[in-house]
Design a protein around this ligand. Structure first.
Ligand code: NAP
Length: 321
């Protein structure tokens, strides 16, 4: 991994932007092991799309380091239905936070993106240098363009001002705090909820959309947070870093594993009349893994932990649909 330079979080004031989100709250949990002061601010006090609000808060709080985990996030349906929100909100949030971080001489900033930054027909596994080598997936291009702009903002402030701003692109994440609303959720929370309800209603089958053959990669959010802190402490470079496990699994196998974890005894069936999506989406995480970082959760352990969290928090989890 290029350009290593240790950054010590001890004694630092660390702002986690987006602290109520799945990733932000995992970063807060992870920072409990660091000797630093964690700063947070709710959207009710500072809407990060508001430049004056962000500048004022940063000038008052003067963080030393920033994890930028705030974003307007959603699945294909939400991206397709609200393209203006996805591009505007995310561009504004990242431009405001990154510019204010530069003005307030923040020592280190980590910007979070996702695997959707890569072209639709990219060779697998997707390596960092595949960025901007082809057209994006049209349904989430609004979000992807904003996230690519975030990477470029970090690079531009590094080049022009010498700011130590870096970017990390995690694979599909899951874990406590995930969104279990079936209209908005990603595949793991959707399957956990469907299997839970199928068990409760003694249904005989659980249906998976498509053929079940597409392969996807998943990382527990606490492992992702650990990787963010690792990068914050050890990486300083222009290029973004993929954050993943290097392993993927067919969706049908995942559904069977989820059923097992949940205790759903029925059969998992496929519905090939529904679309499959991209056959494979795997991050090339070799750059990160070469630093010695490893995820702690196996997929089964992560699913067990997430299902336990879901059962304990069923009243408050995000699951309106
Ligand atoms: N989830 C995944 O699978 C995944 C995978 C790869 C990368 N990521 C990246 O991780 C980051 C966080 O994702 P997440 O899953 O944690 O999303 P999330 O659960 O929806 O959390 C987003 C956070 O951003 C805050 N936020 C959004 N708009 C804001 C605004 N205008 N002003 C202030 N705060 C605002 C939200 O505040 P409220 O609590 O007030 O709504 C929330 O705390 C994103 O950049 C995403 O691309 C996520």
């Amino acid at each position: 991994m290029a350009a290593k330079q240790k950054y010590d979080l001890a004694g630092k004031r660390v702002w986690v932007a987006g602290h109520r989100g799945m990733v932000g709250s995992a970063i807060i949990r992870r920072l409990e092991c660091e000797d630093c002061e964690v700063l947070t601010v709710g959207r009710d006090r500072v809407d990060l799309r508001d430049q004056a609000g962000v500048r004022g808060w940063m000038a008052e709080q003067k963080p030393d380091a920033v994890f930028l985990a705030a974003a307007t996030v959603g699945g294909i349906l939400a991206n397709d239905s609200y393209p203006a929100d996805f591009i505007y909100d995310n561009l504004m949030i990242e431009a405001n936070v990154i510019e204010a971080a530069y003005r307030e001489e923040v020592e280190k900033l980590l910007f979070l993106g996702s695997s959707c930054i890569y072209p639709k027909l990219v060779p697998q596994p997707m390596s960092e240098d595949a960025l901007l080598t082809g057209p994006l997936e049209p349904t989430n291009q609004w979000y992807a363009v904003a996230k690519i702009a975030g990477i470029k903002l970090c690079q531009a402030y590094r080049r022009q001002h010498g700011a130590d701003f870096i970017s990390a692109m995690p694979t599909n994440l899951y874990g406590p705090g995930d969104n279990f609303d079936l209209e908005k959720s990603h595949v793991i929370p959707a399957l956990l909820r469907k299997a839970h309800e199928a068990k409760r209603t003694h249904a005989s089958t659980l249906t998976v959309w498509g053929t079940g053959s597409p392969r996807r990669e998943f990382l527990h959010v606490d492992d992702a947070a650990d990787a963010m802190v690792h990068l914050m402490k050890t990486y300083s470079g222009d290029e973004h870093t993929n954050v993943g496990t290097g392993n993927d699994i067919p969706i049908l196998e995942l559904a069977e594993l989820v059923s097992d974890v949940v205790g759903f005894q029925g059969r998992v069936v496929t519905d090939p009349s529904k679309p499959d999506g991209t056959p494979r989406k795997l991050m090339d995480a070799s750059k990160l893994l070469a630093t010695g970082w490893r995820p702690k959760y196996t997929l089964r352990e992560g699913l067990e932990q997430t299902y336990a969290w879901f059962c304990e928090n069923i009243e408050t989890a995000r699951m309106s649909a």
